[in-house]
Design a protein around this ligand. Structure first.
Ligand SMILES: [Zn+2]
Length: 233
């Protein structure tokens, strides 16, 4: 085997590891987003419960106001009743008082119902908060794992980058650019085996002269189809 090919194979092995490390690193932001996304459902349930409780509280306030207004009206009607001397008017005012009192009874029933609903909704909010907290702690654990993984990968990347730099300095500078170009264009396989008369990269049949050159190992030989550098079986 050509000595440069031997060196390139060692370099390629590091570069392929480096590509895997980089692929794993690139995946981390997406994994983090997925982890955080697991909270969406719980957050929506909680927000719904909070909104429903708020609505119920607003409705209760309105009922309370309606009751207060009617109580004032009753006071005013009773005062008018007290002041009038006409029997007819007195009876009419009394009927009004009865009507408003009935309305207040109805409103008070509604108020009690709303208070009960609010109690249920408060329980729902609490439950949703607890569920969200449980999910959050799971997600936090996932995120911590991802942070640790990222640190590990970055360290590995640094090690591999240093290794490849050292290896590169030993490779024939005439061949290195071709290797780098092939690594980029051929998805991380620049140097491949020629086995059974075929290129290990593109799997096309090699012409006999190429095969002879690969076996001789006296020069850098490329697949005539894909351009990858070849080494013998
Ligand atoms: Zn090929």
């Amino acid at each position: 085997m050509h000595p440069v090919i031997k060196e390139l194979l060692i370099l390629q092995e590091r570069d392929q590891k480096l590509l895997i490390v980089q692929r794993d690193l690139d995946r981390i932001p997406r994994d983090e987003a997925n982890a955080n996304g697991q909270l969406n459902g719980d957050q929506q349930v909680l927000q719904k419960a909070i909104d429903a409780l708020r609505q119920c509280e607003v409705a209760t306030k309105k009922i309370e106001l309606d009751i207060a207004t009617r109580r004032n009206t009753i006071l005013r009607l009773k005062q008018q009743q007290f002041e009038t001397r006409k029997n007819e008017e007195y009876t009419a005012l009394g009927n009004e008082v009865i009507r408003y009192t009935k309305e207040i009874d109805g409103l008070e029933t509604q108020e009690l119902e709303h208070m009960e609903i609010a109690d249920n909704l408060r329980a729902k909010v609490k439950e949703a908060e607890a569920q969200l907290a449980r999910s959050q702690s799971l997600v936090n654990a996932d995120l911590a794992d991802l942070t640790a993984k990222k640190a590990q990968l970055l360290q590995r990347k640094e090690e591999l980058t240093t290794e490849r730099k050292n290896l590169c300095s030993g490779v024939d500078p005439e061949v290195l650019p071709l290797y780098e170009k092939l690594m980029k264009s051929k998805n991380g396989s620049a140097v491949v085996q020629a086995s059974n008369g075929m290129c290990g990269g593109c799997h096309m049949k090699l012409v006999p002269t190429t095969l002879v050159k690969v076996l001789a190992g006296s020069e850098i030989t490329q697949c005539e189809n894909c351009g990858r550098m070849l080494y013998p079986d």
